[in-house]
Design a binder for this molecule. Structure first.
Ligand code: ADP
Ligand code: ZN
Length: 517
């Protein structure tokens, strides 16, 4: 009788957790688990994932096991549960031995409802031996995207969790995550052996958020200042890519008279705490920060988030932009991005010590993010589709919905640019390439002056060609090779380039370039 047990679940929701009604897809997920079936729940951050396993753990006989990757998250959740009168505990490397012994005693007595544990802690043989003898209500795998190389936060120790399917064949397992594109979800299913589990994907819509993005033009500081000054009396967060960038930007904003605070992990703990306090209490303050700022910061009236430097994936974008408008009132997410940022993101991935497959995934995420930034269709819809939502309508309030970009056909110009890059053999950077196309190179070598592409592109101005080259970079038709900080431009995806040469793939240029002067 599923509905009867759902009534009981609602009763616990009210009595123990103090919430009036289930939200989003919580009720469906809980019903599925209560019926003893495994499930996968993709709910946005703040969507109430934890209740999906906490309530069934309280209702089903046995211990509810929660696998979580971060000690900080476990600590918070367990403290909150204990405060609500739930018998919960955690086992992690910070727990004293005597406390562990006590926790195991409570488990053996059947006194504990919820046990939080890290994946590596869980899969040790001593813990496994004890748990085999313990009746389990369910096994929840939090942050399940960590199992996938396609996710943005792959953790190899999650791979071992696939074995839980054989060890506990009769215990329902619930995988929960806030971010999983289609490929990651498939991977979670395969890795965690959840082939038959129903999948519950909640809406990722944030109707209070108006999104926009613009290509960087020159020094970003001036633009960020304009954006802030156009929003007087409001609080916001400005993300910059480095500590140094944060300090400089905050300083220049302060010099211009805005109430800007700098925040990053390089600052003294006391300084950080003080600035956080100031920000939380202020009616109109701007926190200029690296992404170190945000986790667990709950200021409901953040009215805008500005990316002075863009993130490197749609997951990170949504998480960071999502810090605006928590109170449900209108808020904005504004992102400044450029081809140089994209090249920088690629370079960082290449420089990391990682498996090649993981690198390839992260590179792909960078490409998807910039394609969304530079795309022509509703941003909110693009993000939601990326997270697996179906039947998504345009939001009607992002910059692309409000003023659909005019696009001119620039296929011919693109052919010229691609063939110039081809003839030059990838020896030039962006500036030299533009000069070449315009025939403006000072003292060209006889090799260069002799090429048919020299001066072939008089139809565009310098800015027009820069726009087009950016566009080709964002489209993956050109790529930037770092070359020790003096980036050189080479041809990108060979199939795509071929299609453009043949005229089978059209290249639309977003903004009409200015006339040649
Ligand atoms: P997630 O893990 O999905 O980010 P949490 O489980 O931490 O989200 O829940 C986020 C917040 O929403 C918590 O403060 C929680 O108490 C609250 N919450 C969860 N479910 C409900 C509900 N049905 N009604 C009201 N508040 C809820
Ligand atoms: Zn839109």
């Amino acid at each position: 009788m599923p509905s009867a047990s759902l009534d009981e679940a609602r009763e616990i929701l009210r009595r123990t957790f103090g919430h009036a009604e289930f939200r989003g897809r919580q009720a469906e997920v809980i019903e599925e688990v209560l019926a003893g079936r495994s499930a996968m729940a993709v709910l946005p951050t703040g969507g109430g994932k934890s209740l999906c396993y906490q309530i069934p753990s309280l209702m089903r006989p046995g211990l509810g096991l929660v696998v979580s990757p971060l000690i900080a998250l476990m600590t918070d959740q367990v403290a909150g549960l204990v405060q609500s009168g739930v018998a919960a505990a955690r086992l992690d490397s910070n727990i004293e031995p005597w406390e562990k012994t006590q926790t195991w005693e409570r488990i053996e007595q059947g006194e504990l409802d919820l046990l939080y544990i890290s994946p590596e802690g869980l899969m040790t043989s001593s813990v496994m031996d004890r748990l085999r003898r313990t009746p389990l209500a369910l096994i929840a795998i939090d942050e399940a995207h960590c199992v996938s190389q396609w996710g943005h936060d792959f953790r190899p120790e999650y791979r071992m969790l696939g074995r839980l399917a054989e060890i506990f064949p009769d215990v329902p397992r619930l995988a929960v995550t806030a971010t999983a594109d289609a490929r990651t979800r498939d991977d979670i299913r395969a890795e965690l052996r959840l082939e038959d589990a129903l999948e519950f994907v909640a809406s990722f819509a944030r109707p209070e958020l108006a999104l926009s993005a613009e290509r960087k033009r020159g020094a970003g500081h001036k633009r960020v200042l304009e954006l802030i000054e156009a929003r007087p009396g409001r609080s916001g967060v400005v993300y910059a890519g480095s500590r140094d960038g944060v300090d400089k930007l905050a300083e220049s904003l302060r010099a211009a008279g805005t109430h800007a605070l700098a925040y990053h992990a390089g600052l003294d703990k006391a300084v950080r705490a003080e600035r956080l306090e100031t920000f939380l209490e202020a009616d109109a303050a701007v926190m200029v920060a690296t992404i170190a700022f945000g986790m667990g910061v709950d200021k409901p009236d953040v009215r805008f988030v500005i990316h002075a430097d863009p993130p490197a994936s749609i997951e990170a974008y949504w998480q960071e932009i999502g810090r605006a408008g928590r109170d449900g009132d209108p808020a904005e997410g504004i992102t400044l991005y450029g081809a140089a940022d994209m090249a920088w993101a690629y370079r960082r991935i290449d420089g990391r010590e990682m498996d090649d497959t993981v690198k390839a995934v992260q590179r792909r995420k960078v490409g998807q993010f910039y394609a969304m930034m530079d795309g022509a269709n509703c941003r909110a819809a693009a993000v939601r589709r990326y997270f697996g939502e179906e039947g998504v309508e345009p939001c009607g309030q992002c910059d692309l919905c409000l003023s659909p970009p005019e696009s001119i056909d620039a296929t011919q110009a693109a052919q010229k640019a691609l063939s110039a890059v081809h003839r030059l053999g990838g020896r030039f950077g962006r500036g030299r390439l533009v000069e070449h196309l315009l025939g403006k190179t000072k003292e060209p070598s006889s090799f260069e002056a002799g090429l048919t592409t020299f001066g072939i592109g008089k139809e565009f101005s310098v800015n027009g060609w820069r726009d087009l080259i950016d566009q080709l970079l964002f489209d993956g038709l050109l790529k930037e090779d770092p070359n020790d900080g003096r980036p050189l431009i080479g041809l990108g995806d060979p199939e795509g380039v071929k299609a453009v040469y043949r005229g089978e793939r059209r290249v639309g240029l977003r903004k009409a370039p200015e006339e040649n002067d």
